[in-house]
Design a protein around this ligand. Structure first.
Ligand code: NAD
Length: 258
């Protein structure tokens, strides 16, 4: 066996939310593999900038519009993608909406979050996963969070103005981890694998007291950068992981192991 096991060359991969903090780095790393990469999010203008930058490097990247909170939009994207490329080889559910700002955020914001981050994620598995199952192959990688595995660490935020943590995020990221097992079981017999990654915090110039405490809590002594998640995503999309399904893999510098 060779390094070809890890190859995504020529495979059609859809990445949601390809312009955000983690998403931009994932777009760059997936584009570099030689995959046919489709980026999809609500703000297609921002995605088009990413697609243009990647195309200028000779990569195959296109931008598509998607509102994951609207089933008609998910279906329309599925129709466009399937008509042009057939069943996806890989789907990376990375998009997230963060409408709720703290423990006492409005119930309507919680509901809005569920529409995109719970119902919408389920619909992505349904409308793209069924087609993959019909083709008898594929890999879905969900981008969860360590905040789907553990409760809030309030002590990290003392003395900062970083705001309060919202309950919706802990609810849907925890749900994503077990939704992964549901679809891994459903699609497994059709040779479609479904796995969850739980990234740790992304370095974004957070205030010093938080940074120090957070980094001390990891085993590697630092927050994540825009190249830390891509390797695990490429591995789970590729044939190198062909007997791995239904897992949750923390990519957190050891944060949740401590
Ligand atoms: N940033 C972190 O520290 C961190 C830590 C752990 C996990 N994560 C996870 O990583 C993933 C990416 O996070 P990020 O911080 O890069 O996010 P971000 O907020 O920077 O980007 C989110 C992306 O999702 C898209 N999006 C939002 N609502 C949408 C909708 N209704 N339909 C389609 N697209 C929509 C946005 O356009 C944007 O491109 C998320 O799943 C997040 O939960 C992030």
């Amino acid at each position: 066996m060779s390094a070809d096991l890890f190859s995504l060359k020529g495979k059609t991969i859809l990445l949601t939310g390809g312009a955000g903090l983690y998403g931009r780095g994932l777009a760059a790393m997936l584009a570099q593999t030689g995959a046919n990469l489709i980026l999809a999010a609500r703000d297609v203008g921002k995605l088009q900038i990413v697609a243009d930058e990647e195309q200028a490097k000779g990569h195959r990247v296109t931008a598509e519009s998607l509102d994951q909170g609207d089933e008609a939009s998910v279906l329309a994207l599925a129709e466009r993608v399937h008509a042009r490329f057939g069943a996806l080889d890989g789907l990376v559910n990375n998009a997230v909406l963060r409408p709720m700002k703290g423990a006492n955020g409005a119930a309507e914001q919680f509901a809005e979050s569920m529409r995109v981050n719970a119902t919408g994620v389920m619909l992505m598995h349904r409308h793209f996963g069924q087609k993959m199952a019909g083709a008898g192959r594929g890999s879905i990688v969900n981008i969860g969070s360590i905040q789907g595995m553990i409760g809030p660490s309030y002590e990290l935020y003392t003395g900062t103005n970083m705001g309060d943590m919202p309950p919706d995020y802990f609810f849907h990221k925890g749900g994503m981890e077990n939704l992964t097992r549901f679809y891994a079981a459903l699609y497994g017999p059709k040779n479609v694998r479904v796995n969850n990654l739980a990234p740790g915090g992304f370095f974004n110039h957070q205030p010093e007291p938080f940074l120090q405490r957070y980094c001390d809590h990891t085993m590697l002594g630092r927050m994540a950068d825009d190249t830390d998640l891509g390797g695990a995503v490429i591995f789970l999309l590729s044939d190198a992981s062909r007997y791995i399904t239904g897992v949750n893999l923390p990519v957190d510098g050891g944060y949740t192991a401590k």
